[in-house]
Design a protein around this ligand. Structure first.
Ligand SMILES: C[C@H](OP(=O)(O)O)C(=O)O
Ligand SMILES: [Mg+2]
Length: 300
């Protein structure tokens, strides 16, 4: 049963227990461009209390450098090595785990975040924001030449998804038997300003249906993201807490990594999913309405 936090003592005790705080972003720190009330104050308080703060987002639309600019605008000084996004994790996976040969490339369904992180990791790609693919023209095989150097298809959130992109990805995945099918993340939806939008998982789903297999998911809850963090940052899992808004990504990620977990209700997960009548089998250690609740602790 999750412990529902409410008193200043509850929050004080929670802050005392954990040295490293891993924060999901969408639905925890912000909904789109709207920061969650108090979130930046709490991050400042945790830093003031000597806590290590790390950001772990499945949102692949932006690169770590781009997220740093977002934090700058929100008034929080953040180092790029405190930010771990699924676009970064995917680029690291392709370069260091898959070890995609340098003469091979990735076909991307996704946005600039993926392109920037692949470039940073020295991984070649086609597709993505290429204007030639961003078209509503019918796709014709007579106008398509298979690029035999494509060794992987990487699918992430693409707010300009279309038939041409899906068709090209389908060709690479079905006509090259060794072409890897990767997804930055498989969140079905994500919290945006004013409501919920369909997420990366709903972009890769039609392709998975057509190809007849599921992609390898790099983002939360997969351990790849934690491996990326551990490659750069030393932390003790027993003294680390993962703060998230989605049970089947953030909380599961924390649990599978041996971390404590705090669910906030400012994003995807609603209270009824944890209280019942048919509660989720994924049970966080702690629950609170918003990360802003931790303002109850002092800066001392
Ligand atoms: C929801 C997710 O972002 P996160 O909540 O992991 O920051 C996403 O944008 O698909
Ligand atoms: Mg989230």
């Amino acid at each position: 049963m999750a412990a529902r936090l409410s008193s200043a003592q509850d929050y004080e005790s929670l802050v005392d227990q954990y040295d490293t705080w891993m924060f999901d972003c969408d639905g925890v720190l912000w909904q789109g461009s709207n920061p969650v009330d108090g979130a930046m104050d709490v991050l400042q308080i945790l830093r003031h209390r000597g806590k290590r703060v790390i950001f772990v987002t499945n949102n692949a639309s932006q690169s770590r450098k781009s997220y740093k600019k977002k934090f700058d605008k929100l008034g929080l000084e953040v180092h790029v090595d405190e930010i771990y996004g699924s676009a970064y994790a995917s680029a690291v996976y392709i370069s260091t785990v898959m070890k995609l040969p340098k003469d091979k490339k990735v076909f991307v369904i996704g946005m600039s975040g993926i392109e920037e992180e692949l470039t940073e990791e020295g991984v070649s790609y086609i597709g993505g924001t290429d204007p030639a693919d961003n078209t509503l023209e019918p796709f014709s095989l007579s106008n398509f030449t298979l690029d035999t150097s494509v060794g992987a298809v990487l699918c992430g959130l693409d707010t300009s998804i279309n038939y041409t992109k899906l068709s090209k990805a389908y060709q690479y995945l079905t006509r090259n038997p060794v072409c890897e099918f990767l997804a930055t993340n498989t969140d079905s939806t994500y919290p945006a300003a004013g409501g919920t939008l369909i997420g990366a998982g709903s972009i890769s789903a039609p392709l998975a249906f057509a190809v007849g297999k599921e992609p390898l998911c790099i983002g939360k809850p997969a351990k790849t993201m934690l491996d990326c963090i551990q490659a750069k940052v030393h932390f003790d899992p027993k003294k680390t807490i993962m703060v998230g808004d989605r049970l089947n990504t953030d909380i599961l990620f924390g649990q599978q990594g041996g971390l404590a977990t705090l669910l906030v209700l400012t994003g995807i997960t609603k209270e009824i999913e944890i209280t019942g009548p048919s509660p989720s089998p994924i049970v966080p250690d702690y629950v609170t309405a918003s990360i802003g609740d931790l303002r109850a602790v002092g800066k001392q």
